[in-house]
Structures are given as structure tokens and as C-alpha cells.
Design a protein around this ligand. Structure first.
Ligand SMILES: *Cc1c(COP(=O)(O)O)cnc(C)c1O
Length: 400
């Protein structure tokens, strides 16, 4: 008998759960885009977005998804024939590299596989060999959502500095923003990209590009930037329509205002990071306990290298797909597919899953998802260590 009837829980790593406050803020008549509340409300978003990104520099909002943010970052800083270095730690590094290639940019890949972070020594070595400074930017993924590896972005800056290399440092924080600690200015990041539908708790549709004064200088040196992606007026609009290069994404903006208010009400970004930290540790504790016997294994073995937004798991085929189906059909919890771990069509594809724990998630949601997974493991006779939920409860209660 299915017990899924009740409130469904989308526990995938984006799009994430939308708070009632966000949905209510979006449920309104069409606002005037020429004068009135929308104009001031939009201006109020910018300082709050900067606080979330920990930057005092430039902030822009695009009507786009994460792929659009990727393209915007490159369009404003590089031209065809320029070279970039992409240290990949999963699917998303390759994704950004493909977007760059589509813009005529030459990509040097440094692939660190699916279970390891960027090797900073290796990165520094490669930067040192580029004595003529042909590499114009390093495109680093803060959290790779497919592998759940957390990369050390401050360490990437240190590698650039140690090599005396002037390339721009660009960070993809689409999965990590408002989940894992990130400090744009303190870590020396020149361009940071994010989206609305993960830690920021708003439906897909808004993309964010933050950039430093150094990146602004790179923009000024370009002879031509596609009009829509050009960040110049978006970051410093003289007229309201210039924020978006056209009609504003009115309802998304009200949703974003509500989401930023939720972050403020919780006590600010530090408090949000702390919540994600504890909830992630609860999930890891349960998964490690289940993994003490049987096939379940965290993709990233060292907790210091794991994201607080998403957890990638290996369980062997066909258990991953069976478990996801059971948990969705019988318990109303949707888990993430394993992304980039095996080709779709390869039987091994069914051996992975991910838990998204980004944005609007709390203790009862995480404990509910973990309880549902434990029920699924039991129902499907997948061997697992006993006491996973208890281990999670100890973390949640502050006892471990
Ligand atoms: C989700 C995600 C993207 C892609 O975002 P879309 O909105 O799907 O275009 C890129 N990078 C990372 C790290 C992501 O998590």
C-alpha cells in the first residue's frame, strides 16, 4: 500500500523546496513595471544578494537558469580565441567548459575524476607552465552537484597567487550559494555565478552574476559584448528596465524578496550555513551507519571534502533506481538520480542516487527523508547497517 498521499517532498539537488512565503509572495496580480513598489523592491534585493555572496562588489540578475549565468560570465570577460583552464571534479565543470567552447573559447581541462576535489598543487603547477599567461580565467566549481565534492575556492586563489598568474578566478556557486560557506571578496573571486532554484529557494528562472572590479576592467577591454548578456547596465542601471535588459521577471522578484527575508529572519547567512552544516552531518551519519554493512557508500569519503547542499551516494545497480522508486511511490519523497556517474543506458547507471538538502529544509524534513530511505532499504531487502536514524538523531539533538 502506498503511503505517499500527503505533502510531497522533492529532495533532489535543485530545483529545491519552495517555501510557502515565496509562493504566497508570487501569488499576486501583475504589478506595474513603470512605477510603484516593484521599482524600490527590486533595488532592495541587491544589497541582500551581496550579503549572501559576501561581496561589496557588483551584482546582476538575469532571466535565465544556471547555464545562462555560465554564458553571461564568459560573455563579459573573454572573447573567441581566449584560453581558460577548467579544473573539473564532476559533470558541472564539463558543462561550463562546453558552454565556453560554444563561445569560441579554448578550454584546457584538468579532470580530477568523480571522487576527488581539485588538486591545488597540480593546478599551481599547470599555471606555472603558462609563462606567457595565455590562460585568461580559471573556471572552478565550488560544489559539483553530481559528485557532491566541495572545492577549496580560497585555495584556488592561493594557487593563482603562488604561481604569480593574473587569470580571473570564476566560481560556479549554483549548488552551494546559501548552503556551503562562501566568501567572494575574502577568497579573491572575480566572477561568481548562481541561480534562484537551489539554496535561494525560488523557482528556476533567475540567474545571478557577481563580479569584481578586476572583472569589470576585463569587460571594458572587450570590443564587443552581446547586448543581452552585457552586465554593464544591469549592474548600474539608470532606468529600471536596464536591470533586466527588458521586462522584469516580476513575480520571481517578489519570490526572491520573500526568500531573502527568510534568510534575514533566520539570523543571516551564517545561521543558514550553520543549519545546513548540522543537517548535512545528520545525513552523513545515517548513510555512514547504513554503509557499515551492505552496499551503500558515500561518494566522497572525507567529510571535509563534502558539500552541505547535496550528498551523492553509491549503492550498486539496480539498488539505486529501485530505492528511488520505492521512496517516491511509497513515501512521497523524491530523491535525485545519479548524475554523470555512468551513461544512461549502462546498467551501472542504476547504482547511484543523491539527496538534495539545500535551501528550505529543516530537521523534520531530513529525518523524514532518512526514515523513508531506511524503510525503503528494509522493504527492498537491501542489506544495511542498523541504527542509521539513531545516528542522525544524535547529530540533530547535539549529542554527536
Ligand atoms: C544546477 C547546476 C548548474 C546548472 O544550472 P541550470 O539552472 O540547470 O542551468 C550548474 N552548475 C551547478 C554546480 C549546478 O548545481
Amino acid at each position: 500500500m502506498s503511503l505517499a498521499h500527503g505533502r510531497a517532498y522533492l529532495a533532489i539537488p535543485g530545483p529545491s523546496v519552495m517555501p510557502e512565503e515565496v509562493l504566497r509572495a508570487m501569488h499576486r496580480a501583475a504589478p506595474n513595471i513603470y512605477e510603484g513598489d516593484l521599482i524600490e523592491m527590486t533595488a532592495s534585493l541587491i544589497p541582500d544578494l551581496r550579503a549572501v555572496a559576501q561581496t561589496r562588489q557588483h551584482a546582476t540578475i538575469y532571466i535565465a537558469n544556471g547555464h545562462g549565468a555560465w554564458e553571461a560570465a564568459l560573455a563579459n570577460t573573454l572573447h573567441p580565441g581566449d584560453r581558460v583552464l577548467v579544473p573539473a571534479t564532476g559533470r558541472f565543470g564539463h558543462g561550463w567548459a562546453e558552454v565556453a567552447q560554444g563561445q569560441g573559447i579554448i578550454v584546457d581541462m584538468l579532470d580530477f575524476g568523480k571522487r576527488s576535489p581539485i588538486d591545488l598543487n597540480r593546478l599551481e603547477e599547470v599555471l606555472r607552465t603558462d609563462a606567457r599567461h595565455e590562460i585568461k580565467a580559471v573556471l572552478a566549481t565550488h560544489v559539483d552537484t553530481s559528485t557532491s565534492v566541495l572545492n577549496d575556492i580560497a585555495g584556488v586563489r592561493a594557487a593563482l597567487d603562488a604561481a604569480g598568474h593574473p587569470a580571473l578566478l570564476m566560481a560556479d556557486c549554483i549548488a552551494s550559494l546559501a548552503c556551503d560557506r562562501f566568501e567572494m571578496d575574502a577568497w579573491g573571486v572575480d566572477v561568481m555565478v548562481a541561480g534562484s532554484q537551489k539554496g535561494l529557494m525560488v523557482p528556476p528562472g533567475l540567474a545571478f552574476v557577481f563580479f569584481s572590479d578586476k572583472a569589470a576592467e576585463a569587460r571594458k577591454r572587450l570590443p564587443l559584448v552581446s547586448r543581452y548578456w552585457d552586465w554593464t547596465h544591469r549592474a548600474d542601471p539608470q532606468m529600471f528596465y536596464q536591470y533586466f535588459g527588458g521586462t522584469a521577471p516580476t513575480h520571481h522578484l517578489y519570490g526572491l524578496r520573500a526568500a531573502l527575508d527568510l534568510i534575514a529572519a533566520e539570523g543571516g547567512i551564517e545561521a543558514v550555513w550553520a543549519r545546513h552544516e548540522t543537517l548535512a552531518r545528520a545525513i552523513w551519519a545515517a548513510c555512514e551507519t547504513w554503509g557499515q554493512s551492505g552496499p551503500l557508500e558515500l561518494n566522497i569519503s572525507d567529510p571535509a571534502l563534502r558539500s552541505r547542499a547535496v550528498t551523492a551516494l553509491r549503492i550498486g545497480a539496480p539498488h539505486g533506481s529501485r530505492l528511488r522508486s520505492w521512496v517516491q511511490d511509497y513515501a512521497g519523497v523524491t530523491l535525485g538520480i545519479g548524475l554523470g556517474m555512468a551513461e544512461p543506458g549502462d546498467p551501472a547507471w542504476h547504482g547511484f542516487f543523491r539527496i538534495g538538502h539545500m535551501g528550505h529544509v529543516n530537521a523534520h524534513m531530513v529525518l523524514g527523508a532518512l526514515g523513508s530511505i531506511e524503510a525503503g532499504l528494509t522493504a527492498l531487502d537491501i542489506p544495511h547497517g542498523a541504527g542509521g536514524l539513531e545516528a542522525a538523531a544524535r547529530v540533530i539533538s547535539g549529542k554527536s
